[in-house]
Design a binder for this molecule. Structure first.
Ligand SMILES: Cc1cc2nc3c(=O)[nH]c(=O)nc-3n(C[C@H](O)[C@H](O)[C@H](O)COP(=O)(O)OP(=O)(O)OC[C@H]3O[C@@H](n4cnc5c(N)ncnc54)[C@H](O)[C@@H]3O)c2cc1C
Length: 416
């Protein structure tokens, strides 16, 4: 192990992998450590969408009201516990402050930019990688089961069109013609055309493989236990496999970043947005296009011969328990829509904690308090689809190049 790399990346999820890839290819000496197997945190069983049409911050007008209405429903797609936890309450107040239309629109603009860049970057990676990450360019269908749901997605389309994202409103018949695998109740929807999906673990593996080819060192089963600092710099990182003294540290540990940053006095207001997925190993369905069921917030994605249903956002600190009722509700939405029999065999049930910030934007940038600490976390529901752009921004910073994107919306200073 190189004990004095130029850059140490903590965390081998899709964000850490993309950062290591961008840094190594730009010629920086980089070591990445993960406490387990890289890619097996939140980046493992997600829906796999790289979908600019979906690039909105979590806080949006009306969302908290909805959450309050859903509080007593154990199968609701969103659960925000309103309880006397000071950290949670302060997070919620900031979330509420950010759920204004102006913030929502400016946040969307910033996220679309990262997503468009990342979609192209994944297409390039898929072309280079054997098996192509199972990446498909099938667009994405946002479906309303009711007229209200269709209205909601048509409103999103109007906003997205301002940022160059293309889509077409479809009535029920057009939906069924486009995607004959849909046999259940549906009212209509929007077909977004230039969107991709891929197998998320494959994406992490491909990014890490390319990083290694460019000289990065990837070390699994190595946990950062303690970050030590002197003055305004991290002077070393104690790990389960020894002491490292990098020039710079990139913290890309997803929801675990909060505790690690706290060790050096940096606030990372990230809560877990717990979500679930269920993968059916061999699907009877002939689905081609990924689907978002607007009212239930369930994502349905074909992955080769498998099909994955994903959804739910429960705000938690670290609770990784699985609610089988919520999993069953996600499955019901998917199977009803596609007519997949209930008896169909489940390959895997998975949960992941999305790192959620109160303004719905990631933290990408240098800490203003600890000079050689770069944060790359808080990517909420969009970590996969903004990873290559995050890697690019971090590489710009480390290499002192002018930033490829406006870094201001992602600056950690907004929470310091
Ligand atoms: C149900 C669901 C569906 C989703 N669908 C999509 C989607 O379609 N598209 C999309 O863009 N996003 C999606 N997301 C969100 C996406 O999964 C996350 O934004 C993304 O995976 C976050 O990546 P990360 O690298 O920040 O975190 P993680 O993947 O959690 O990686 C963090 C890594 O840090 C490591 N680590 C932690 N602590 C330490 C330590 N002390 N030392 C060393 N290593 C450490 C962990 O082992 C882990 O591997 C979904 C999420 C869920 C839950």
């Amino acid at each position: 192990m190189n004990f004095r790399p130029e850059v140490l990346v903590i965390g081998g999820g899709v964000i850490g992998a993309a950062v290591a890839d961008a840094l190594a290819r730009a010629g920086t000496e980089v070591v990445l450590i993960d406490k387990g197997r890289p890619g097996y945190g939140c980046s493992y069983g997600n829906a796999g969408w790289v979908a600019p049409c979906f690039a909105t911050p979590l806080p949006r007008p009306g969302l908290l009201l909805k959450a309050a209405r859903w509080m007593t429903d154990p199968t609701s797609p969103l659960r925000i516990p309103f309880r006397a936890d000071p950290a949670l309450l302060s997070w919620l107040v900031r979330f509420l402050w950010n759920a204004r239309q102006t913030r929502f629109v400016s946040g969307t603009r910033a996220l679309v930019e990262l997503s468009e860049y990342s979609l192209e970057a994944f297409r390039e990676l898929a072309r280079e990688h054997p098996g192509g990450l199972d990446m498909k360019d099938q667009g994405l269908l946002q479906l309303g089961l009711t007229s209200k749901g269709v209205e909601q997605t048509a409103t999103d389309l109007r906003l997205m069109e301002d940022f160059g994202v293309q889509g077409t409103v479809l009535d029920e018949q057009a939906v069924r013609e486009l995607e004959p695998a849909i046999t259940g109740r549906v009212h209509g929807g929007v077909h977004f055309v230039d969107e991709g999906h891929l197998e998320p673990l494959e994406a992490v593996r491909a990014l890490l493989a390319r990083a290694e080819r460019a000289g990065a060192r990837v070390i699994p089963d190595t946990e950062a236990i303690r970050l030590r600092y002197r003055g305004t710099k991290v002077c070393g990182v104690e790990t389960t496999r020894g002491w490292l003294e990098p020039d710079e540290v990139v913290l890309a540990a997803g929801t675990w970043s909060r505790e690690l940053a706290r060790q050096v006095g940096v606030g990372v207001p990230v809560f877990g947005g717990k979500g679930y997925s269920m993968t059916l190993e061999r699907s009877a369905s002939e689905l081609n296009t990924p689907i978002m069921v607007v009212e239930r917030k369930v994502a349905i994605t074909p992955h080769g011969s498998r099909i994955r249903f994903a959804g739910t956002l429960e705000l938690v600190r670290d609770d990784r328990s699985i609610s089988l009722r919520r999993v069953a509700a996600i499955r019901r939405t998917g199977t009803e829509l596609l007519g997949v029999p209930d008896s169909y065999e489940v390959g895997e049930i998975w949960r992941g904690l999305r790192p959620c910030t109160p303004d719905g934007l990631p933290l990408i940038g240098r800490s203003s308090e600890v000079k050689n600490l770069i944060l790359a976390t808080g990517h909420q529901m969009l970590g996969l689809q903004t990873a290559p752009a995050t890697g690019r921004l971090v590489a710009d910073l480390v290499q002192d190049r002018s930033p490829t994107f406006n870094p201001a919306p992602f600056s950690p200073a907004r929470f310091e």
